[in-house]
Design a protein around this ligand. Structure first.
Ligand SMILES: NC(=O)C1=CN([C@@H]2O[C@H](COP(=O)(O)OP(=O)(O)OC[C@H]3O[C@@H](n4cnc5c(N)ncnc54)[C@H](O)[C@@H]3O)[C@@H](O)[C@H]2O)C=CC1
Ligand SMILES: O=P(O)(O)OC[C@H]1O[C@](O)(CO)[C@@H](O)[C@@H]1O
Length: 374
């Protein structure tokens, strides 16, 4: 079986590549990073190290395609593939859509079955978003030869600092949940994937617990001058703030999806433990990257905060505190953090929040943040 995976980065090599290889796929990574692609083509394999244990997994039979310079090869690979996956970042999906559209157009001239394209990004509806971009380019008829099931992925893979360029250190935990309903034909046999009828509870539980919690560590940590997640998690005040924030998102999730209270509390504690993993070295700058995206109306902070207000009829004080820390996050090497600072200087903190979220003064979260800024 053949898979094309867009994004030979941390999640690409350290998670999706591992599971696809284990399931018998030959994985071709498509990326714009020529150094990584050349190394993949030379070495044809890499090692995954499980943080905190001696376990190592060899991923072999892999290769790379430069997604811009080798566009013809990439189209041919998509034409013949059994599966396409992505882990490039939500903002990059529109940039890879033309390559996928071109490959699918070639495929439409063959008898090959419809190709599943699964986006593995930290966002709600990632594959659906990619589908919209592809359809915009190639037209609705392209859905005759493809399908775009949504998915949720969970594994913490920090920025890597290994001797061998392709090796990846990962946390042992992982979860990859894929929605069944959009598949055309047989579900791909991927070891470790859970197929579900309705992804919404899974993706919201993951995004509004793992990612909300991690964002709270990063932004609170940055506010207190910490550079690493370790330093932030060693500060009891930060950990307490994170726990209270997750209690708020927990109330929303329980009310919305009927999760059992005790088991959700255990899920929260398990996740706080994962942030505390002494064997993973992670930076506030990675976990807090892209603050404008993370402050988006459907992302890990604003969506649960607004739902909390609508459901509980009170302000989520800890989520609001995290939003305030995110709004004042600074990092001169992060383009979104730089833009956020410009917006704040130009429009004030509330103006920047409204600009980023598209919310206006009538919104109760905007009102709550205005009160906080008074
Ligand atoms: N690192 C983590 O712990 C987790 C990350 N994710 C999600 O996975 C996605 C990827 O994250 P990471 O692997 O951490 O990032 P990363 O930065 O390590 O990898 C992204 C890769 O995409 C490549 N890329 C960028 N533009 C491209 C283009 N136009 N065409 C092809 N490749 C392109 C980059 O060169 C890079 O190799 C994000 O959506 C992230 O939210 C989800 C769960 C965990
Ligand atoms: O990848 P994003 O959306 O920028 O956010 C980083 C998040 O992704 C993770 O790496 C894994 O979900 C978390 O560590 C962190 O919450």
């Amino acid at each position: 079986m053949k898979a094309v995976h867009f994004g030979a980065g941390n999640i690409g090599r350290g998670f999706i590549g591992e599971l696809l290889h284990k399931s018998g796929y030959d994985v071709r990574f498509a990326d714009i990073n020529a150094e990584v692609i050349d190394e993949l083509n030379e070495k044809r394999s890499y090692t995954i190290h499980y943080a905190g244990s001696d376990k190592q997994v060899e991923v072999n039979g892999v290769s790379g395609i430069h997604s811009v310079e080798e566009a013809g090869q990439l189209s041919a690979a998509i034409r013949e593939a059994d599966l396409v996956t992505t882990a490039v970042g939500p903002q990059v999906l529109p940039h890879i859509a033309p390559s996928i559209a071109a490959g699918l157009k070639e495929r439409s001239r063959t008898d090959n079955p419809p190709l599943p394209v699964i986006a593995c990004e930290n966002m709600i509806g990632g594959s659906t978003r990619l589908k919209e971009e592809v359809v915009e380019i190639a037209g609705e008829e392209i859905l005759g030869v493809s399908c775009f099931p949504d998915s949720a992925v969970d594994r913490i893979v920090p920025i890597q600092n290994n001797e061998a360029m392709l090796d990846v250190s990962v946390e042992p935990y992982f979860e990859w949940v894929v929605e069944k309903k959009d598949f055309k034909g047989k579900l791909p046999d991927i070891d470790g994937v859970t197929y579900v009828e309705d992804l919404e509870p899974y993706i919201e539980r993951k995004l509004f617990t793992v990612n909300t919690g991690h964002a709270a560590v990063a932004y609170k940590g940055a506010e207190k001058g910490y550079e690493t997640i370790r330093e932030a998690m060693d500060d009891k005040e930060v950990v307490e703030h994170v726990r209270r924030t997750l209690e708020e998102t927990g109330k929303v999730l329980i009310a919305r999806y009927g999760f059992e209270k005790n088991s959700h509390e255990r899920y929260i504690e398990k996740i706080i433990e994962r942030f505390n993993n002494p064997d993973l070295s992670d930076f506030v700058a990675r976990v807090g990257r892209g603050p404008i995206r993370k402050l988006g109306p459907y992302d890990r902070l604003v969506k649960p905060a607004r739902t909390y207000i609508q459901t509980m009829h009170e302000d989520p004080v800890n989520l609001i505190e995290t939003i305030m820390s995110a709004l004042t996050y600074e990092n001169s090497e992060d383009q979104e953090a730089v833009r956020l600072k410009e917006l704040r200087t130009r429009m004030g903190t509330l103006g920047a929040f409204k600009e980023i979220t598209g919310l206006d003064d009538r919104d109760e979260l905007v009102e709550a943040i205005a009160k906080k800024l008074d």
